[in-house]
Ligand binder design. Structure first.
Ligand code: FRU
Length: 483
C-alpha cells in the first residue's frame, strides 16, 4: 500500500469504522501478536507516554497511529492496570484535533496534580509550507478519564533550538515544577536536553538552559529524555540520535542510553556523574523507555520494542510495535538493575521442569541457571529440524552471552547486525530469566544486571525449546496466561 504524506495525515474522522475494525481484526489474529504485553489494537505503536499512578490505577498511554504500520498522524491511546501486568486498552484518549497538535499528539508525560492527572505533551503542528511548529501542551484528565486540553501552548520553541524540540517530562522538586525536553541546538545542530521551570504547570515556564550532563556531543538530536531518582541518585534515560559510536558503542539504528549520576541541581541544570553513558538494553529493539518515580517509592519503566525509521515483518499485516513488560529499576554499586515486577509471576501456569527439550506455545517464562565452565546454545522457537531458531549462545567459562537472530525465521533489519553480545564474568554461573511472547523475547541476566530485548519472527510451527548439549543446568518453565 502506498503511504503518501496526504494519506498519513488524513484526519481520523475520514477513516471508516469498517476499515478500523478490519485492521483491528487483522492485528488481533496475527500469529505474531503479543498475548501478555501491551500491543497496538491496530496500526503502529511507538513511545510510552504518561506512565503514572492515578485514581488507584496505573496508567500508560501509547503513541498510536491506528490506521497502518507507519508513522502517520499520532494520537495517545490509554491503557490502565491494577498490577502493572494486566492492562486494559481503553482506546484513543488524546486526538490530534486542535490547531496546536494538528499533525500529531506527540510524546509526553504525566503528573498527578490535586485530583487530576496533568498530561504534558508535544503538539506537532505543520504550516502550509510543511514547516514544523512544536507546541508543548497541557491537558487535565479527571477521575472519569475525561481529558480537557489547555487552549494555549505552555512552551514555544526557544530561539536557540530548531523545530526539533519535544517530548516533555514533567517533574516536581522543591515546590516548583520542572520539565525536561529533547532538543536540537540551532547553532551546533547537536542533541540537547532542555530544562524549564514553573510555579504552576499552566505557566509561565522559564527556560533554564540545557542540562549539563556530558562534555561529549550527543548526536544531532535527543529524543524522549527522562530523569528519575533512584536512592536519591539522578538517572537520565534518553535517546541520542546520530551519536558517534566512538563515544558509546551501540549497534541499533538509534540507541536508548542511561547515565547514572551523583547529583542533579535543578537551578543550574548541572548533572554530576562519575559514570559513563551506557546502553539501557543490550538487545536489538528497545527505544523511548519511559521510567517514573511511583508513589510506592519504586521506579518503574516501560519501553517501546521497535525502532524509528525501520520496518518490521508484521508491516504486511498492517500493525507494528509492542511494549516491554514493566521493569522495576534499582541501583547496585552504581549500576542500573532492571527486573520484572513481582506480579508477572501471577501469569505463570503450572511449573514444568526444562530438561533440554520442550514443545511450547511461544508464550512462556523460562528460568535457566547454567553452572560455570559450560558452553551451549539455547534454541528458542526452533523448527522441526532445528535448522531455524533464535539462538542464545552461552559460554560461562569465557563469560559470553550472544543473542543471534540470524536464521530465526523472517529477517528483521539485518542491516544493523544479527547478533548482540554481552561480556560477563569469566568462570561464573549464569542466571537467566527469559520471557517469550510470540514475537518478543526479554532476557533478564544475573538478576537484571543486563537485559536483552528483541523482536523475532519465527515461521509457523517453530515452537521447540532446546538445549543442544548435555551441560550442567537447571531449567524451570511456565506457560504464561494471556492478559
Ligand atoms: C520518538 C518520537 C518522539 C516523538 C514521537 C512521535 O520515537 O519521534 O520524539 O514525540 O516519537 O510519535
Amino acid at each position: 500500500m502506498e503511504w503518501s504524506t496526504e494519506k498519513r495525515y488524513l484526519p481520523y474522522e475520514k477513516w471508516s469504522a469498517k476499515t478500523l475494525l478490519k485492521l483491528q481484526t487483522q492485528a488481533g489474529n496475527s500469529p505474531y501478536q503479543l498475548h501478555y504485553h501491551i500491543r497496538p489494537k491496530s496500526g503502529l505503536l511507538n513511545d510510552p507516554n504518561g506512565f503514572s499512578y492515578f485514581n488507584n490505577e496505573w496508567h500508560v498511554f501509547y503513541q498510536s497511529y491506528p490506521f497502518g504500520p507507519v508513522h502517520g498522524l499520532k494520537s495517545w491511546d490509554h491503557c490502565v492496570s491494577q498490577d502493572l501486568v494486566h492492562w486494559n486498552d481503553l482506546g484513543t484518549a488524546i486526538y490530534p484535533d486542535t490547531d496546536l497538535d494538528s499533525h500529531g499528539a506527540y510524546s509526553g508525560s504525566a503528573k498527578v496534580i490535586d485530583d487530576k492527572l496533568f498530561l504534558m505533551y508535544t503538539g506537532n503542528a505543520r504550516d502550509a509550507e510543511w514547516i514544523r511548529h512544536p507546541h508543548q501542551m497541557g491537558a487535565f484528565m479527571d477521575k472519569s478519564n475525561n481529558i480537557e486540553k489547555l487552549p494555549t501552548s505552555l512552551i514555544e520553541q526557544p530561539q536557540h533550538t530548531t523545530d526539533h524540540f519535544r517530548d516533555p517530562q514533567i517533574l516536581e522538586h522543591g515546590g516548583k515544577y520542572y520539565c525536561i525536553l529533547g532538543a536540537q541546538d540551532k547553532a551546533t545542530k547537536t542533541g540537547k536536553i532542555a530544562l524549564f521551570e514553573a510555579d504552576d504547570v499552566k505557566g509561565p515556564w522559564h527556560d533554564l538552559g540545557y542540562v549539563d550532563f556530558t562534555t561529549e556531543e550527543m548526536g544531532y538530536m535527543i529524543e524522549c529524555p527522562n530523569l528519575v531518582f533512584i536512592d536519591e541518585k539522578p538517572v537520565l534515560i534518553f535517546c541520542p540520535q546520530g551519536l558517534d559510536k566512538s563515544i558509546v558503542k551501540y549497534e541499533n539504528i538509534y540507541p536508548n542510553m542511561v547515565l547514572v549520576g551523583d547529583k542533579f541541581d535543578f537551578k543550574s541544570a548541572q548533572f554530576d556523574s562519575k559514570n559513563s553513558i551506557k546502553n539501557l538494553d543490550d538487545g536489538f529493539d528497545v527505544y523511548a523507555t519511559q521510567p517514573f518515580n511511583a508513589p510506592d517509592g519504586k521506579v518503574y519503566a516501560l519501553s517501546w520494542v521497535g525502532l524509528p525509521d525501520l520496518t518490521y515483518p508484521t508491516d504486511i499485516e498492517n500493525w507494528s510495535g509492542c511494549y516491554s513488560q514493566v521493569k522495576e529499576l534499582s541501583l547496585k554499586d552504581g549500576q542500573l538493575i532492571q527486573k520484572p515486577v513481582s506480579a508477572i509471576k501471577d501469569l505463570r501456569q503450572e511449573e514444568v521442569p526444562f530438561t533440554g527439550k520442550l514443545e511450547t506455545k511461544n508464550q512462556y517464562e523460562l528460568k535457566l541457571k547454567v553452572a560455570e565452565s559450560q558452553k551451549t546454545t539455547l534454541h528458542i522457537a526452533a523448527n522441526e529440524e532445528n535448522g531455524e531458531s533464535l539462538k542464545l549462545h552461552i559460554d560461562t567459562a569465557k563469560g559470553e552471552l550472544i543473542l543471534d537472530r540470524e536464521n530465526s525465521g523472517f529477517t528483521v533489519n539485518e542491516k544493523y547486525g544479527t547478533k548482540r553480545a554481552i561480556k560477563l564474568l569469566e568462570n561464573s554461573a549464569l542466571d537467566l530469566d527469559i520471557f517469550v511472547d510470540h514475537s518478543l523475547i526479554e532476557i533478564f541476566i544475573n538478576g537484571g544486571e543486563h537485559v536483552l530485548t528483541a523482536r523475532f519472527f519465527p515461521k509457523e510451527g517453530s515452537n521447540k525449546l532446546l538445549i543442544d548439549k548435555n551441560i550442567k543446568f537447571k531449567g524451570q518453565y511456565w506457560e504464561m496466561a494471556d492478559i
